[in-house]
Structures are given as C-alpha cells and as structure tokens.
Design a binder for this molecule. Structure first.
Ligand SMILES: Cc1cc2ncn([C@H]3O[C@H](COP(=O)(O)O)[C@@H](O)[C@H]3O)c2cc1C
Ligand SMILES: O=C(O)c1cccnc1
Length: 348
C-alpha cells in the first residue's frame, strides 16, 4: 500500500544527536588541527547523525532521481523555451546524453528519470519510470497548479521511487529535475516558504531574456496573491508548485525515513526541499545542500539549514548537476571519520 503524506512525515525520525557528538569528538582527536577540515567536518558530523553511527558508512551507491513535469504557467510567457524541451530532455537523459548523465558518470552515480507529468502522451523512452499523475500542472497564475489529491499522488510517486531505490541498495539520494518554466513555480515556492519578496528569488532561469524578468516577477506575485497567505504547506505546494516538486518532496521524505542522506541541487530542488521541511521539520537534518545555484534563490535552502552549500561553481542548470558534483565531498567526509588516524596514533 502506498503511504500517505502523513505516513511519510511520521516515518522521519530526528537525526541522532549522540552519533553527532561522537563524530565531533572524533574530529577533535584526529591527526589534524581541530576544525581544520572546515565544512567537511560538519558534513561528517551530519552523516554520522543521519546514520546513527560514527564513523558513518561511505556512500557507495548514489542515485540521482530526475523528476520531470510540465507547467501550465508556461502560458504566461515566463520561459523562452517551448514545453516540448521537457520531453526532449527526458529522452536525452534516458539515452544517457544530458549533462546529468555526463556528471553522474564522472562521480559514479546512477541516473533514474521519473516522468511525473510531462505533456507527452506517447510511450516514454525505455528506462524512464512512468509515474505520471496528470499531463502538466495548471497555470498557477489563474488556478491552483494541482489539486490536493494530485499533489498527494505526486508526493507518493516520488516516495515509491525512492523507497524502491533504497530497497535496491541506493545509499545516497541526489535530487534532480527537468520542467520548462519550473523556475517560475520554484520562485513562488521559495517566496511562499521564506517570506522573501518575489523579486529577490526570481531569476532568468534557462536564460529568459532580460527584458522579461520583471514580467516573470509579476507572474510570481500574481500566483502568490491568488494563492492566499494562510494555506498549510501541502496546500501551498499544490497551488504553486509543480508535479516534479511534489515528487521530490516524496523522494526526500522516503529517503529520510530510510535514514539515507539526500543531496539537494539548485533552486528548483531547493524549492521542493523548503516545502518538504515545512511539512516535516525533522527532515532538515537529512538534507545536504550540494551547491549554491547562481539563480537569485540559490541561498534560500542553505540559509534555512543554517549551513553553507558544499560547492559554488556558478551553475544554473538543474537536472541534479550541482548536487552530483558534491557526491565526492560526501564520500570524503565519511572517509575522514572512518580512515584517519588519531594524533596520538601518529605521534606515538
Ligand atoms: C535544453 C535545456 C536543458 C535543461 N536542463 C535543465 N534545464 C532547466 O531549465 C528549465 C527551467 O528554466 P525555465 O524556468 O527558464 O524554463 C528546467 O527544465 C530546468 O531543469 C534545462 C533547460 C533547457 C532549455
Ligand atoms: O538552479 C537551478 O536549479 C536552475 C537554474 C536555472 C534553470 N533551471 C534550474
């Protein structure tokens, strides 16, 4: 039976403060000046807290889940790309030819594409999981992007995929997405969940012409105004988010429920992460901000987690590319705790 959103939230337990403490103490006695591995030390502590063990396991089977969906808000002229590009990119990913595939290959991660709601009605390419809830979300500027039931179905779809991957041995989940116009929906979620002014979290996405960025901000304002301020997190996600955002919320919740770390990518996955943390505050301990997107909302999740992102490479693509590049850092942080000698051991 597919778990409900409430079941998923309930299944996430707080990370282990005792294991975190053990990791902090270990860092203090390893053969290095205490604190000298900086952000990597905090990451090691987080991995220990997630696993409930120090040293934490070194992830050996990372999987990037690329959730794909189309967006009705495209009708407002917020992206310079036709919606057909979403489906084209799903095919490219299935064929192993997208940026996410190249980078996943470089860091030893598996790529799993999940179609939660493209406009395509024909058969999906081999290897793409068909979890389509509906053919694209509605235009958030004029009506709720999804019904609550559709939103719940998309969360459940993502959770199903993540649970199956973890059952199959995945020990690090990496979030990715494609969906033309999804930076508009993301800006709505970022503004709704942080209280930021839309102008501060809305950017050019996939190179929207500069002259139309102000219009994109207006569309985000319209969506926020139409949605109302007093909705609960699931209502906010349904009204303003995309099907891929909802599916990624499910991936994050199911990953955390299985005590698997989840690496978050750029602004689109950050928007999903903020929705997920609003639904389930305990989830925050399982999220690793992989990189800081060059989009204006790039700092929202790191700020919410009170932690710097692992990388800043001026990336602004999505697909999971930035989060994947952080995978070697996650492995390194675990290896430091598991493999280094103590200062006493080396000085005899
Ligand atoms: C060829 C291509 C490949 C992509 N891969 C990721 N995105 C990224 O850009 C899109 C969001 O930007 P906007 O909101 O401006 O439409 C999403 O598909 C996102 O994953 C792409 C965009 C394009 C054009
Ligand atoms: O940071 C991102 O996730 C991003 C930026 C631009 C376009 N698509 C995604």
């Amino acid at each position: 039976m597919t778990p409900t959103v409430e079941d998923l939230i309930e299944a996430v337990v707080a990370v282990d403060a005792g294991a975190a403490d053990t990791a902090r103490k270990r860092h203090a006695i390893l053969a290095k000046p205490p604190g000298s591995l900086g952000r990597l030390e905090d990451l090691g502590v987080q991995l220990a807290a997630i696993a409930g063990a120090c040293p934490p396991p070194v992830p050996s089977a990372p999987v990037v889940v690329v959730a794909a969906a189309d967006h009705g808000v495209h009708a407002q002229g917020v992206s310079d790309w036709p919606q057909a590009v979403t489906t084209a990119m799903v095919s490219a990913i299935a064929a192993g030819r997208a940026a996410v595939n190249a980078i996943a290959g470089a860091v030893g991660a598996r790529v799993v594409a999940v179609d939660v709601g493209t406009l395509t009605t024909s058969a999906l390419p081999d290897g793409v999981r068909d979890e389509r809830v509906r053919a694209g979300s509605a235009d958030l500027a004029v009506e709720p992007a999804m019904s609550l039931d559709e939103c719940r179905a998309a969360v459940a779809a993502g959770a199903r995929v993540a649970a199956a991957l973890v059952d199959g041995g995945a020990d690090l989940l990496v979030t990715g997405e494609v969906g033309i116009a999804n930076t508009t929906a993301s800006a709505c979620l970022l503004a709704a969940f942080t209280g930021a002014d839309p102008a501060g979290v809305t950017g050019k996405g996939a190179n929207l012409d500069h002259s139309r960025t102000a219009h994109k901000v207006d569309v985000v304002r319209t969506g926020l105004a139409r949605h109302g301020a007093d909705r609960d997190p699931l209502g906010t996600l349904a009204s303003l988010g995309g099907l891929e955002h909802a599916a990624l919320v499910g991936v994050m919740l199911a990953g955390a429920a299985a005590r698997v770390p989840v690496v978050v990518d750029g602004v689109v996955t950050c928007a999903a992460a903020l929705a997920a943390v609003a639904l389930c505050p305990e989830l925050a301990g399982y999220l690793i901000p992989g990189h800081e997107s060059a989009e204006p909302g790039g700092r929202t999740l790191p700020d919410r987690l009170n932690e710097m992102a692992l990388l800043d490479l001026r990336l602004r693509l999505g697909e999971g590319t930035g989060a994947l590049l952080a995978v070697p850092l996650v492995r390194a942080a675990a290896r430091v705790l598991g493999e280094m000698a103590t200062l006493d051991e080396v000085t005899g």
